[in-house]
Ligand binder design. Structure first.
Ligand SMILES: [Zn+2]
Length: 568
């Protein structure tokens, strides 16, 4: 008999036929029946809790296949100032927020913020030559070091106090693979540090969050994600390579915190993580060779709640900072970007990347590669093909950000069974800035979802939060409409996909990435009872309304972990 039964609903099962049912029965942590009300009712006895859905829509629990979840928790209040749009709309808003924080802080205490985006800062929009500068912050925070992360995480904006504490002067050399913005007149750093090697110079001075703070952030995150209907995630990068990076929120201690929460019965989110090695995320083949053979474990270690998913490699940067490795020159100059892996030239860096992929593969690791530019994706998939050719394991390696993949490499990903991770919510949020950064032609074909799905490629959907708020609803709307958030401009209407296809990206495709499509990702008998219930029917609402759909109840492993109280 069932512990929990839902009747009188519209159950979007996401099974092979995308069939719709009326009722679901849950026994323990599993789904024991799905079907018509009269069939499922036979599982009800005196002990069963019965919930009448009153026609509401149920989906499988949502899977965010690429998110920096611990970082998301730590970058939310109360730990960190929100300096993202729409909380702030200008540099002067940010300066005001820092000023307030200084007032309530002790002298010398660090002030952290996250989320600024020059595309939404009034001063920068009015005058494209205007960019955030340490002087802006010095005015209100002469004695407290300030560090404000760019929404992409690929750039940090600091004040002079931070530079002083970090020992950075005009004479500090620019590290390989990084950029220190400098005043053209005198070579003085302006306070903007781009890419990991440059950010590392300042990050080294920032005190790490304490374990207690990290735990608080992770608990804020779990509550937020459960409230959205999210029941499974892949942490995009966690491990020793992140110990000193982003306050330690990419670090190994976070893995331990998840484990503590699991042991205490407080983990209500299924977490897989990509292991990050190296220093400050700048991982090399040497790091792999030193660490991976010693681990003795590989992808799949763990259980249904907490699991080692694979290893993470950062192959290139982002188009926002012209560091993604593209086929064509960025409009207005600035080169084609490059891989961020050590090497004297493109060819050396490329073969280093391939060596890293093959090494991790040999030790049984699924590899998730941050590659955004077409050439970086090409090198990555070449590496995957090489690894599987030498030693076939079916590890389902995947590109984390298939933004600018070529048609040829979509075909190859399909042929060889590799995944192409996508974050349509990024397209929605940044579509207009992308027009300028890479040109309209390329912006139009960013995330070519129609082509990817038609080629039969697996396409797990994610948010990349805290780059953006982890709204899967906005992600589905973006994939269906391909409109920009700010202006509604449509880019690439021929790459639109259906709501059904988009739902699959955030459920069963994420389960595929986890090698777990047999236990989650759809509402079918025998699978884990991970479910969410929506306030309206996602399959029939006007597509512009999808982003506003509210989750009313979340069930993980048969337990109700979030409930607005509006259903019962
Ligand atoms: Zn990421």
């Amino acid at each position: 008999m069932a512990d929990l039964v839902f009747i009188n609903g519209k159950i979007v099962t996401v099974d092979g036929n995308f069939s719709i049912a009326q009722a679901v029965a849950v026994g323990g942590d599993r789904i024991i029946a799905v079907g018509a009300d009269e069939d499922v009712k036979t599982y009800i006895d005196a002990e069963t809790e019965v919930i009448d859905l009153n026609g509401r829509t149920m989906l499988p629990g949502i899977n965010d296949a690429h998110i920096h979840a611990s970082l998301y928790g730590g970058t939310r209040p109360p730990l960190t100032l929100d300096v993202g749009y729409p909380t702030v709309k200008s540099i002067s808003d940010i300066v005001k927020a820092v000023e307030e924080k200084v007032k309530e802080s002790r002298p010398g205490e660090w002030i952290r913020g996250m989320g600024w985006d020059e595309g939404y800062l009034e001063e920068c929009v009015k005058d494209p030559s205007r960019y955030p500068n340490r002087r802006d912050l010095d005015a209100v925070s002469p004695d407290n070091p300030v560090i404000l992360g760019h929404y992409t995480q690929h750039e940090a904006w600091v004040n002079s106090k931070t530079m002083e504490v970090a020992g950075i002067t005009r004479d500090t050399p620019t590290p390989e693979g990084g950029v220190i913005a400098r005043d053209p007149a005198n070579g003085e750093p302006t306070g903007i540090f781009s890419e990991f090697p440059a950010q590392a110079l300042v990050m080294k001075a920032v005190p790490l969050w304490t374990k207690e703070e990290k735990r608080r952030g992770i608990q804020v995150m779990i509550r937020d994600l459960n409230s959205l209907g999210i029941t499974s995630i892949t942490e995009g990068a966690l491990g020793s390579g992140g110990d000193g990076f982003q306050g330690g929120l990419f670090g190994s201690e976070c893995i331990g915190i998840y484990n503590d929460l699991l042991n205490e019965g407080k983990l209500t989110l299924r977490v897989g993580w990509l292991y990050l090695f190296g220093e400050y995320g700048a991982c090399t083949f040497e790091d792999f060779r030193e660490v991976i053979p010693q681990l003795g474990v590989h992808s799949g270690f763990g259980n249904e709640w907490l699991r080692l998913a694979g290893v993470k490699i950062f192959a290139d940067g982002t188009p926002m900072t012209k560091t993604a490795w593209m086929y064509d020159e960025y409009p207005g100059g600035g080169g084609r970007g490059s891989l961020v892996i050590p090497g004297n030239n493109d060819e050396e860096r490329r073969s280093e990347l391939i060596k890293m992929i093959c090494f991790a593969h040999k030790y049984g690791f699924q590899v998730g590669v941050h590659a955004i530019g077409g050439r970086a994706i090409e090198a990555t998939i070449d590496g995957f093909i090489q690894a599987e050719k030498d030693d076939p394991k079916g590890l389902r390696h995947y590109v984390l950000h298939a933004d600018f993949i070529s048609d040829e490499y979509i075909r190859l990903a399909g042929k060889h069974g590799f995944g192409l991770g996508v974050q349509p919510i990024l397209k929605w949020t940044f579509s207009d800035s992308m027009d300028k950064l890479v040109g309209i032609a390329l912006s139009t074909r960013q995330f070519p979802l129609r082509k990817i799905i038609d080629a039969g490629v697996h396409v797990p959907g994610g948010s990349d939060a805290p780059v953006v708020y982890p709204s899967w609803q906005a992600g589905i709307q973006a994939a269906v409409l391909r409109e920009s958030k700010a202006t509604g401009t449509v880019r690439g209407p021929d790459q639109r996909i259906t709501v059904e296809e988009a739902i699959r990206m955030y459920t069963i495709e994420g389960a595929w990435q986890d090698h777990a499509e047999n236990i989650k990702g759809s509402i079918e008998v025998g699978k884990l009872a991970d479910l969410c219930i929506l306030d309206r029917d996602i399959l029939s609402v006007e597509p512009h309304e999808i982003k506003d759909i509210k989750n009313l109840m979340t069930i993980v492993g048969g337990n109700i972990v979030y409930d607005t109280g509006e259903i019962k």
